[in-house]
Design a protein around this ligand. Sequence first.
Ligand SMILES: [Zn+2]
Length: 264
Amino acid sequence: MDTIKLSIAVKKELAKISKVAGYLWQREWAERNAGNISMNLTSFFKKEDVQGIGEEVAFDFPKETAGFVLFITGTGCYLRSLIDNIEEAACILYINEEATGYSIVWGGKSEGFGPTCELISHASIHLFNAQNNPTHLAVVHTHPIELIVMSHHPLFNNEEELNRHLWMMCPEIKVFVPKGIHCTPYALSSTSALAKVTIEAFKTRNISLWEKHGATSTGEDVEKAWDYLDVANKGAKLLLTAWGAGFEPAGLSNEQLTELEQFT
Ligand SMILES: [Zn+2]
């Protein structure tokens, strides 16, 4: 199979992805084939680098994603494989100029490889970011334990209150997840319905917490996307730890939370 040569800049991004995949595995946020990672690499390539390489596979993308070059993990692939086998467990694909199909231009070397079944969600988020939040090139979806637990709690039905409960646990949560999490209603995995509700989430919040499933965030690179999830999950873990110890945490006051807004 034809494959392209990667620049040092792209290799650096792939190294960060391998590193974050290791974090996800160690945190038990990426059991079996759970989770997926993608990055919009369009600006890292020239058209002539990626056109005419690999076999085209038909896929119904949103029209405006035509010409996108995306790094994306494979369907059924284990995220922990990204640590030392990224070329097998993930690929870089090029969406054709009509947005009617893609071709894999790098990686995807494992037997029967195909991009994640969440491809439509990832492509839609990258399109949304390209139009509204263009510095955010990376998307991470994973299964953070304590945040998922919170998506089963009655507080999940009151987004404002849920965010206040997370923010009040310690200052860094307000500072580094300033827009908070979105309580994204349950939708079936790999459907365009899930893509749609996720886009709604990113219109107002830093994180989309998929009800009874997992969480998704975006960032300038994969490490920055991971940071949102890591910090938000810390809030959930602190809250659940206090409840588990049998007391209601005092929490930062509304005044103290407002005072922190100067750092966001
Ligand atoms: Zn998931």
